[in-house]
Ligand binder design. Structure first.
Ligand code: ZN
Length: 122
């Protein structure tokens, strides 16, 4: 399952951040997912608890927002937002465009609980 491996690599990043800051727990993860990234937000949400079980982010709230698709026109050079099924220049309507964003998944922010590590992490 693709989304599970996406979750696992995401959790590796989150875990590294938590360790770096000495956090006992991760309380919230904010993700931005581009429509062209091939990642389904709903599937990601479903896969998350499975992937996060037993990690510092087990009880973290996962927030996923959709990133806009932006294209740069190869003809007029304008940058504009576009639809996933219609990557046209918003300025001149040319179809010769290059996707500049919308095909990635970004770990936007991680909220950590850095309070006294009273509970043993098990
Ligand atoms: Zn154009």
């Amino acid at each position: 399952m693709h989304e599970l491996s996406v979750c696992l690599s995401l959790l590796q990043q989150v875990d590294a951040i938590a360790r770096e800051r000495g956090a006992a727990r991760v309380t919230r993860i904010e993700l931005k997912v581009g429509p062209l990234s091939g990642v389904e937000a709903d599937l990601l949400r479903n896969a998350y608890p499975l992937a996060a079980a037993g990690t510092v982010a087990e009880h973290a709230e996962l927030q996923i927002s959709e990133a806009p698709i932006k294209v740069r026109c190869n003809t007029c050079g304008a940058e504009s937002e576009a639809q996933a099924n219609r990557l046209l220049c918003g300025s001149c309507g040319d179809f010769r465009t290059t996707v500049v964003s919308g095909d990635e998944m970004i770990l936007q922010s991680v909220e950590l609980d850095t309070g006294p590590a009273a509970q043993p992490a098990d």
